[in-house]
Design a protein around this ligand. Sequence first.
Ligand code: FAD
Length: 317
Amino acid sequence: MSEILVLVEHVEGQVKKVTLELLTLARKLGTPSAVWTGEGYSPDAKAKLAEYGAEKIYVADAAEIGDYVVAPKAELLAQLVSEKSPAAVFVAATAEAKEIAGRLAIKIDSGVLTDVVGMEDGLLADQSIFGGGVNVHSRVTKGTPIVAIRPNSTPVEAAAGAGAEEQVTVDVSAAAKGARVVERIKEEKGARPELTEAAIVVSGGRGVGSAENFSVIEALADSLGAAVGASRAVTDAGWYPHQFQVGQTGKTVSPQLYIAAGISGAIQHRAGMQTAKTIIAINKDAEAPIFELADFGVVGDLHQVVPQLTEEIAKRK
Ligand code: FAD
């Protein structure tokens, strides 16, 4: 079967879940080869990539690649595409990897699809477009297809691959060294999962009422092992930090379950969450637009509904 390159996302040497999703998908369509960039590669990382189906692992772990922003990774992928002639390149639909995908597309003169939520035989992509308002089937017709796939859109399945390692070096061009990473600041996120990777997200909107009241949302999230999200009304008011904003100008999430409490469901908020598998809305206004989207809805005051839900979940543990 034809080779599919999968760009590995990792943090502190740990392979991120989205990479396992990409490997799972690639395994169904061809033979996945993982591409590791930057420092942190280890026997554990190798084992993880092989466990989820990587037949080969191209390792470019020179510090230099990680020291610069996205450009060296695009150069490395372009080099691999020209050497290996893969059937496709899969990256995660994260802000960074989408930029890499765009740069790679220019370098190898190929089509790129972003915000893909599923792939079928023949590299036919199910793509969420216009801020998530429409789903279309798309296929790249020029060059080597580059596909940016949304986190949480594919269930992870282990399928052992050989994990054969191949060291790769790339001569990073002077142009790619234009912007350098000078410092990495660890996000304060406590024990909660990362918002874009979480299987469950509990988000609060203006209906929460204040920064202090957000503890109600956090308690429900913690009872479910979920990430916390917020609407822009909340982040603009300074009730919750901006990095937790979900929507057109915030993060895009595709969890298995999204709980929206006190959120009206404006189009800009929907753009960031409407591909969630199941949506539950809690809102005191039965006419709130979020109910048009929700699979389950509770019309009521979130200050009563959410603590009861948290208590009920705690009882069932
Ligand atoms: P509101 O619209 O005020 O809704 C609050 C809801 O809470 C209401 O439905 C109300 O019935 C309910 N409520 C009130 N009290 C309670 C209670 N006690 N119990 C239960 N329910 C209650 N928004 C985003 O979220 N993300 C974005 O990325 C984003 N980007 C934008 C980009 C642009 C260019 C623009 C113009 C806007 C953007 N917005 C974004 C803003 C968006 O248009 C909405 O204004 C915002 O989503 C509203 O947030 P909200 O639903 O929390 O507040």
